[in-house]
Design a protein around this ligand. Sequence first.
Ligand code: HEM
Length: 512
Amino acid sequence: MELSQSNQILYMSLTAILIYLLSRLFSLFWLSPTSTRRRLHLNGFDGPRPSFPWGNLMEMYRKVDRSNSFGISHNIHSTVFPYFATWRKIFGKVFIYWLGTEPFLYIAEPEFLKKVTSGSMGKKWGKPNVFKHDRKPMFGKGLVMVEGDDWTHHRHIIARAFSVNNLNSMIGKMVESTINMLDTWSNRLAIGIHEIDVENDITRNAAEIIAKTSFGISQENGKKVFEKLQAMQIMLFRSNRLVGVPFSKLLFPKQSYKAWKLGKEIDQLLLTIISSRRENPASNDQQDLLGYMFAENEEKATSKRKLTSRELVDECKTFFFGGHETTALALSWTLLLLALYPEWQKALREEIEEVSKGEPLSADMLVRLTKMGWVWNEVLRLYSPAPNVQRQAREDVVIGDVVIPKGTNMWIDVVGMHHDPTLWGDDVNEFKPERFKDNINGGCKHRMGFLPFGFGGRICVGRNLTIMEYKIVLSLILRKFSLSVSPTYIHSPRIMLSLRPSQGVPLILHHL
Ligand code: HEM
């Protein structure tokens, strides 16, 4: 009798817990999104109708253009974001769409972006929780993801580690890796192979450079971290992502487990490197970002706010994942464009010769490569490696009569703005580096229409490092080889987190 009574109590408790959990889930994934949708609608934001639990994801997957185009056009917006291109025709340059149960405010209107983010408004936006979760193995709680006081503190230390003097000390490492890559190209040419998929090699070279400049790879543990980070990059790249769909990770348990395990191993190895540098300060004399962050930490000897070992680990991973692919893509798209426009290839080669006179490259010379600077900007405009920027409202954002409710995400379509003829003129889809000659904004009609590195306080902290690497790698290539497009090249830019040439960039190389 006593047993059945206690069974009954247990049964009732379990039922109560189950009902509570179900009602929480119902509220989180159904009631709350429905009420947000209603509020957004009342505030004048329209958009495609979502369905539960996918939001608009299915329509987005269906619309992805998997065909390979045969011509080479720089008018890529409707190829890489066909769903946005379609919705824009119906709803304009600001509308709401849904990733799973997460609302996203699509923005391709710089003036609207300025209104909702400038001045004190900027503080109301954080990084979307949904991406923090999805990209945790890559960035952890590194600078890209932290918010509030933590962000101010990290940014201060990291920005100082990226100072011009510190970056100048890295030129040798960049040259060394690139020369190794160019030697392998020369070897291939020597045995009659002239077609090289430059994207592949450029990406490997950029990964090596960022690992060397972030935490060093001359020691065994550094090498291991580098290999595992590359494995992680490939795995995350291949994995299916149903961002915003509740419990979607459970659909791919094997992948999620592997990424988690690899992440743990990388963290452990980086912690070992950091501890050995802490214990043996002499070994910390290396001129890399980790070493410079240590130095910044030491300057704060009396303050409590130093970066912890755990935070340093996440920053090293952030530099690797945030820094190498973006730089490699800028270089790969540049090589393609220079192969397509030989007059610019010639102009840059002449500039390199004039500035360096055949001497080894120095920081001072890099600054004087002005035409290369225009090409850099034009490539980032046409083929922006970071095709979008996101935020999430941490509180209600009020602009006049309009309220953007707390929790709403913002998706800024950088490719859309960079290819908008109303901002750039009728030649928007032409490769014209000279538009940046006398105008750092390339003649864009709105200051916030050109955003290759984001905007406001969160603008890319690695932009000086990346342009330095870009100029070094490009100068070394152009000094040695001429480039033309291989007949096997297929122009198929795709969004795979970043904006990639999905079929690689095979070029024909000849020694000069
Ligand atoms: C062509 C190369 C690059 C492009 C196009 C690029 C693009 C961007 C963009 C668009 C943002 C802003 C993201 C946002 O506001 O949400 C950003 C932030 C960031 N980038 Fe880059 N990046 C490049 C290279 C690098 C490199 C080489 C590093 C590091 C070694 C780096 C590290 C970071 C970090 C740490 C942030 C976060 C800054 C913060 O939130 O305070 N990036 N980058």
